[in-house]
Design a protein around this ligand. Structure first.
Ligand code: C6P
Length: 417
């Protein structure tokens, strides 16, 4: 008898203890203490499902892709293209050809700045970015600006780290040719009003590139609803492998752009008289791709889907609220980035203790945090600081771990008086 249970509508559950067991590294000890990993914004740990998927590629389905008629090449190609479809569905892109595999967010932004920029920017044109961009969403634009004579305009933030939308509206003008904006700041955790940014830019026919590196692990993405022109993120921050990431682009824009790199995979016909290029997405994927990386990233997305991104986000938001409250109780600690819309990041400084010293002491307690400018130096300058201590939250963190962090910071305060 056919079952009348529709498995598609069963809400996936989020059991933190089971989730933690899925991540082998979490049972490691550091200096004899349990690892407390608060550095997922730099790179997230990998669940068994991802590790196994990568092993499976090399054990049972590995060969070069899109080239061979032989069985293994077909199998690897099918697995890689299935991963592309998994990405498409994860971000609700309208067409799988709009999903370009790149090395990561950095390469995705460089590709757009270079290919779109070379074709569309001339002297005096303006590129709008925010002051809280990661260097990956600043330097590629500086390079293309230098080459074309375009000018970079910077949207400021308020003292809590929220984007100044009035300033953004004022900066948008007939000279604006592209907006490149983060979805979530890696240094502050600020969630930008990206829908509104896109809406305002589109009113002036200005395309928008969204740096979604920190958003993809924490919020449901829908390219068709968002209407972003370009969107980038990295596999290693969504619990997948490093060296692989995604550039989403609207097909009309991608089709009009010249290729990024030349080589195998990206061509249709090559001759010394005239070379023609492959269709999307391959036009932008020169050379042998990161096959196991793409498949591993697909496995990471399937793992996230099995838990439900909304469940992951609810868990992380609880930890963010709890962490904000607990850290707020510590004397001499100042949170950097307290915007009303925030996700997954607790960035802070301790009075008269250098962030690197804090990081070193926490490390001896088994606690991994990142200290430094987080590749976002302009935002450090904005707050007149050289560095922060950043505890970033992943799906596997717990309230107990926040307590351990607070205890570790108490130890720092004891040592430094
Ligand atoms: N931020 C962090 O510790 P890549 O290196 O290409 O995977 O990602 C670059 C990047 C781009 N945009 C944002 C918002 C990011 O956070 C990052 C990476 C890491 O915050 C490493 S610097």
């Amino acid at each position: 008898m056919a079952s009348n249970v529709d498995t598609a509508v069963i809400t996936p559950s989020f059991d933190i203890e089971r989730v933690r067991q899925d991540f082998p590294i979490l049972s490691e000890e550091v200096y004899g203490k349990p690892l407390v990993y608060f550095d997922s914004a730099a790179s997230a740990q990998k669940p068994r499902a991802v590790i196994d998927a990568i092993s499976t590629v090399y054990e049972t389905e590995y060969a070069n892709v899109h080239r061979g008629v032989h069985y293994m090449s077909q199998k690897a190609t099918d697995a890689m293209e299935a991963a592309r479809e998994t990405v498409r569905s994860f971000i609700n892109a309208g067409d799988v050809r709009e999903v370009i595999f790149v090395r990561g967010a950095t390469e995705g932004i460089n590709l757009v700045a270079s290919c779109w920029g070379r074709q569309n920017l001339t002297a005096g044109d303006e590129i709008i970015v925010s002051i809280m961009e990661h260097h990956s969403n600043i330097v590629p634009w500086q390079i293309i600006a230098e080459q074309t004579g375009a000018i970079i305009k910077v949207v400021p933030i308020s003292s809590d780290g929220a984007l100044d939308m009035d300033a953004f509206s004022d900066l948008l003008s007939d000279k604006t040719k592209i907006v490149a904006m983060t979805h979530i700041s890696n240094a502050l955790g600020t969630v930008t009003p990206i829908e509104e940014i896109i809406r305002l830019a589109h009113e002036k026919d200005v395309p928008v590139l969204v740096d979604g590196c920190q958003a993809a692990p924490h919020m449901t993405l829908d390219m068709q609803a968002l209407d972003a022109d370009f969107y980038v993120f990295s596999g290693h921050k969504i619990y997948g492998p490093s060296g692989i990431g995604v550039l989403y682009g609207k097909s009309a824009l991608l089709e009009a752009m010249p290729p990024y790199q030349g080589g195998g995979e990206m061509i249709d016909v090559v001759s010394f008289e005239k070379t023609t290029y492959a269709d999307l997405p391959f036009k932008f994927e020169a050379g042998t791709p990161h096959i196991s990386g793409a498949i591993g990233m697909g496995a990471a997305i399937s793992y996230i889907n099995s838990l439900g991104l909304e469940n992951i986000a609810a868990h992380e938001n609880d930890l963010l609220a709890y962490g904000t409250e607990k850290l707020g109780e510590l004397n001499s600690l100042r949170l950097v980035g307290t915007a009303p819309e925030k996700a997954a990041i607790l960035s802070f400084v301790l009075e008269s203790v250098h962030p690197h010293d804090v990081g070193t002491i926490l490390d001896r307690e088994g606690i991994a945090v990142r200290t430094g400018h987080h590749c976002a130096q302009p935002v450090m300058d904005r707050f007149d600081i050289a560095a922060t201590i950043r505890a970033s939250i992943g799906m596997y963190n717990t309230r107990d771990e926040i307590d351990t962090l607070v205890g570790g910071l108490g130890r720092v305060q004891e040592i430094f008086g």
